[in-house]
Design a protein around this ligand. Structure first.
Ligand code: DX5
Ligand code: ZN
Length: 216
């Protein structure tokens, strides 16, 4: 079953609680954490995640676009994240970090920027609950979907299958009504959508529409 994770990066940050509740019924709420070092943008940190946790029953899918995730990721689990994604390009010890996230009770996920291949990390898949394939350069919402990432989605899905693992394959960046079917066909099963959800007149209806398209 396809999962749709609205990204609050495209929401109104002055009304985060209302914006989170506007998409209740979605599988997860995608929370983009940016530190202005790993990416050229700055968003929010641990206290905001703690507050969001109290504001909605939707589980939080925290995507850390930050330096030193080895230090910070465990704090996002403590803040209430149900899933924590670190960028492998920034992690000093990804295996230790994935194990720590799981030991603290959250799902552990590894993200790849567009220029980062999956193959060097094949042996890490068994330590993970999800792999996030970025389909834009991380940092901003509303960018155009990179079609050239479709083969990497497929290769990731194939590696997961070859190892007989239950690892979700998430896509993030430019996912919309016009790109989600291609992502699903390539093997993605978790879809992050920012502007396609919060830019819609009715965000909850946009989530339902995307979910229907993803299984089509
Ligand atoms: C971008 C973020 C995405 C972003 C996606 O770096 O990781 O989660 O919110 O936004 P859209 O769906 O508008 O591309
Ligand atoms: Zn994201």
């Amino acid at each position: 079953m396809a999962q749709i994770n609205p990204s609050i990066l495209s929401a109104d940050f002055a009304r985060l609680a209302d914006e989170a509740r506007a998409v209740e019924g979605s599988d997860w709420l995608h929370v983009d954490v940016m530190d202005n070092h790993f990416v050229p943008n700055l968003t929010l940190g641990v206290p905001v995640v703690e507050s969001l946790r109290k504001a909605t029953d939707t589980p939080l899918d925290c995507h850390l676009m930050i330096e030193d995730p080895d230090r910070w990721a465990p704090q996002y689990v403590e803040a209430g994240a149900g899933s924590v994604t670190f960028h492998v390009e920034a992690a000093a010890a990804p295996v230790r970090l994935a194990r720590e996230i799981r030991a603290k009770g959250a799902r552990a996920s590894m993200a790849l920027k567009p220029a980062t291949p999956i193959e060097p990390y094949e042996d890490l898949l068994g330590e993970l609950d999800m792999v996030l394939i970025m389909t834009v350069e991380p940092g901003f919402g509303g960018q155009a979907f990179l079609d050239i990432m479709l083969p990497k989605i497929r290769r990731t899905r194939d590696l997961v299958a070859r190892h007989g693992l239950d690892v979700w394959v998430q896509v993030d960046g430019g996912v919309s009504a016009s790109t989600i079917e291609r992502c699903a066909e390539a093997g993605a099963d978790v879809f992050v959508a920012g502007s396609a959800v919060y830019g819609a007149e009715d965000p909850a209806a946009a989530v339902r529409g995307l979910r229907e398209q993803a299984v089509a």
